[in-house]
Design a binder for this molecule. Structure first.
Ligand SMILES: *Cc1c(COP(=O)(O)O)cnc(C)c1O
Length: 467
């Protein structure tokens, strides 16, 4: 796990922030302390300019091919966002319309994910998939506890089974809620959790299995139907009925539109709950996730709280109390604006660009594709064995960074930690045009690296990926 505490001043050595003399008014301070609350007020224009200028130093989002998270919405969305900035999701009584729209959105998702009885489903918005996964995991744990207590058995040692390539939020879930994580290592032969050997990890203390639609490391779908089949076998042999939570952070907003024949969702009886990130391929700004349960039985009542709503009460299940409501309205805007056909067109375009890029990178000769960007619009590659000893994908990543592109290189998880890959995430906004410039830059940098007479120094090599 990545540790950032104690590093606050790592890159920040100066104790104060200088105010550009063009903006400083007579009598105003020309420097403001960096880590101490300033003694006095500043004019709003001055404070705005300081924050604006500092934030400008962040990377250019268009060239950031590392993140899955949305960085662009249209003008109407921007307008809506500004006007809705004050809405608090928890004040259902004060903002009943926002609450009603939230329910419409997850109801739409329940149908999109083929819930057999959409009216029986229950769902909620969250801050992102991380919170949605926590809620999904908590429901699995509580269901298991209830069943164990009814059977007069111990609830001491719950475990959760998942791939070694899970997103870090599942490590957090297990850490924060005292659940033993059981990681099934991925290998060259089994590049995702695919049901192979799964029975060896499952026992009476297993609260569920996580299946990932769109593994963060590579973008590959885990075959949820095969995982379900392996668990059906377990049930036949042992009587253990183990539910699946699908982490569809990205894929749950791609598969329904682009791979409608892949059964990964509520079409599979074993799938109890599904999450997605509204701010990934839901195409909304950061700060939105969704989780939907197959039916009320999948979400134990004792996890649900009531808040007041239009003179009565309304159920809520969330980690936060207050949180912004604007993103929920933005999601509803996108659903109305694009509809099914619009989402399919946008996602199809991203997939086309991903597959074009994968094809071009494959052609360069120095690389071997790990996958081809045919699941979600994400793919990874490694250096072709024997191509060179002089440079690594970390060096290529550094070289591309000097041209503004963020294309991270990182080691794969257990049992493949000796494999280094590089990954591109194609989001709406990475046009074919931009992709063509990227390919040209990669070709140029590979030529430069290949022409080196000796090895690149290795001390700056570090993973540029936060999974
Ligand atoms: C991004 C991601 C998450 C975390 O989602 P946030 O919305 O960033 O909190 C969880 N699981 C997977 C598979 C992801 O790709």
């Amino acid at each position: 796990m990545r540790k950032t505490h104690g590093r606050r001043r790592g890159a920040e050595t100066a104790e104060s922030v200088a105010v550009n003399p063009v903006f400083a008014r007579p009598g105003e301070a020309t420097e403001l302390p960096r880590f101490v609350l300033p003694d006095d007020e500043s004019l709003p224009e001055t404070a705005y300019q300081i924050v604006h200028d500092e934030a400008m130093l962040d990377g250019n989002a268009r060239l950031n091919l590392a993140t899955f998270v949305g960085t662009w919405m249209d003008e109407e969305a921007d307008k809506l966002y500004l006007r809705a900035a004050d809405k608090n999701m928890i004040d259902k009584d004060e903002y009943p319309q926002t609450a009603a729209i939230e329910a419409r959105c997850w109801a739409m998702l329940a149908r999109l994910w083929n819930a057999p009885d959409p009216d029986a489903t229950i769902g909620t918005s969250t801050i992102g998939s991380s919170e949605a996964c926590m809620l999904g995991g908590l429901a699995l744990k509580r269901r298991w506890q209830h069943a164990r207590r009814v059977a007069g058995k111990s609830t001491e040692k719950p475990n959760l089974v998942m791939s070694s390539a899970v997103q870090v939020c599942w490590e957090k879930f297990c850490n924060y809620w005292d659940v033993e994580p059981r990681y099934v290592p991925i290998t060259e032969e089994h590049r995702t959790l695919d049901g192979h050997g799964l029975a060896g990890y499952v026992d009476e203390n297993t609260i569920g299995v996580v299946a990932i639609m769109g593994v963060t490391y590579t973008g590959m779908y885990e075959p949820v139907a095969e995982i379900a089949r392996a668990l059906d076998d377990v049930e036949r042999r042992t009587g253990l009925d183990v539910p699946i939570h699908v982490d569809g952070a990205s894929g749950a907003m791609i598969a329904p539109f682009c791979q409608p024949d892949v059964a990964w969702d509520f079409r599979l009886d074993r799938v109890a709950s599904i999450n997605t990130s509204g701010h990934k391929y839901g195409l909304v700004y950061p700060g939105l996730g969704w989780v939907v349960w197959r039916d009320r039985d999948a979400l134990p009542d004792d996890l649900v709280f009531e808040v007041s709503y239009l003179g009565g009460t309304m159920p809520t299940f969330a980690l936060n109390f207050s949180r912004p409501g604007a993103q929920v309205l933005l999601q509803y805007y996108m659903f109305l604006r694009l509809g099914f056909a619009g989402y399919r067109r946008v996602q199809r375009t991203s997939l086309d660009v991903a597959q074009y890029l994968a094809g071009e990178i494959d052609r360069i000769g120095a690389f071997e594709l790990w996958n081809h960007g045919t699941d979600i619009p994400v793919f990874a590659w490694r250096l072709r064995p024997g191509h060179t000893e002089n440079w690594s994908l970390y060096d290529l990543s550094e070289r591309l960074r000097t041209r503004g592109w963020l294309v991270p290189a990182y080691p794969m998880p257990d049992d493949l930690t000796d494999v280094t890959v590089q990954r591109i995430v194609v989001r709406n906004g990475l046009s074919r045009d931009l992709a063509t410039s990227l390919v040209a830059d990669i070709e140029t940098e590979v030529r430069w690296l290949d022409a080196l007479p000796a090895s690149m120094p290795t001390e700056h090599r570090h993973p540029g990926f936060h999974h």
